[in-house]
Design a protein around this ligand. Structure first.
Ligand code: ADP
Length: 266
């Protein structure tokens, strides 16, 4: 805990005195520290691909000048590094946009069932490339209307499904379930429940409390190999907050991972 202590002289009818006040500035202190850490992290994350790019440019100018096959290989790596930077900047922009809007509740209504279906459709090629099956379990033939920002909720679904595809491993299934409260009597009055779960590698529970922190990765190497920025779940958390929803993460090593989001319906 951090206190700011101030001492002020005061004149009381009974004589001169001093007023000592203690102000708990722990939270403000933590915010400053978090901001500093964030800037340091961003700089590091941007510098890694930049250093690679500079190195390869020098190689192309020098040792690889007369090596066409080498040049093609290096250009491929440079392209991948440039894409990594682009993704990072895109995720940083998403994060700052969501944070800026966090206090403004979305008002337009959208059909979550349709959003789930179209998002799954868009990610089916990526799943196939990684030998992962996408499945869904939706209230049949029904719309599930919620107040929400369509682009942001699509991003939540995309980030969670892509993580399932990236980390659960070949031959696994990523399933999206949607439960509307008026469909299940015991859930009346509660929100819509959206679940994205996979049957894959799972996460050691010790990591779960920090999983939605910016740049927190369980397996750094795997995340980078799969093109991850380390910001996906931080973005998810902020979007869910903006929608006044709740996010729960359950996982067990080797048993898969389940993300549950409860969104208010009104
Ligand atoms: P990244 O860009 O690295 O994917 P995220 O914020 O989306 O960043 O996820 C943070 C970390 O959580 C990932 O690096 C990964 O280690 C772990 N993770 C996320 N989703 C899953 C999942 N479905 N199965 C296993 N690990 C996961």
């Amino acid at each position: 805990t951090t206190f700011r202590v101030s001492v002020r002289p005061v004149d009381l009818p009974t004589g001169g005195s001093v007023l000592v006040s203690f102000e708990d500035v722990t939270h403000a202190h933590q915010l400053v520290q978090m901001r500093r850490d964030f800037v340091a992290n961003v700089s590091h994350e941007l510098r890694t691909p930049l250093t690679a790019l500079i190195g390869f440019i020098e190689t192309l100018r020098g040792p690889a000048r007369n090596d066409p096959a080498g040049q093609q290989r290096f250009l491929g790596i440079m392209e991948a590094e440039a894409h990594r930077m682009n993704r990072l900047v895109g995720d940083l922009l998403s994060l700052s946009r969501v944070e800026a809007e966090e206090r403004v509740r979305p008002t337009s209504r959208l059909d979550l069932a349709e959003l789930v279906l179209s998002t799954i459709q868009g990610l089916t090629p990526m799943a196939a490339d990684n030998s992962v099956t996408l499945a869904h379990d939706l209230p049949e033939g029904r719309r599930v209307m919620v107040p929400g920002d369509e682009d942001q909720l699509r991003q939540v679904l995309t980030n969670l499904i892509e993580n399932g595809i990236k980390y659960s491993g070949e031959g696994t299934t990523v399933t999206v379930r949607l439960t509307a409260p008026d469909y299940v009597p015991r859930l009346q009055g509660q929100g819509v429940t959206l679940v994205v779960e996979d049957s894959g590698a799972g996460i050691d529970p010790i990591h779960l409390p920090r999983l939605t922190e910016r740049f927190y990765r369980v397996d750094n190497h795997r995340s980078r190999e799969m093109g991850g920025t380390g910001l996906g779940l931080a973005i998810v958390k902020h979007i869910v907050n903006r929608h006044r929803g709740r996010l729960r993460i359950e996982s067990e090593k080797g048993m898969g991972t389940r993300f549950t989001i409860i969104l208010p319906v009104g």
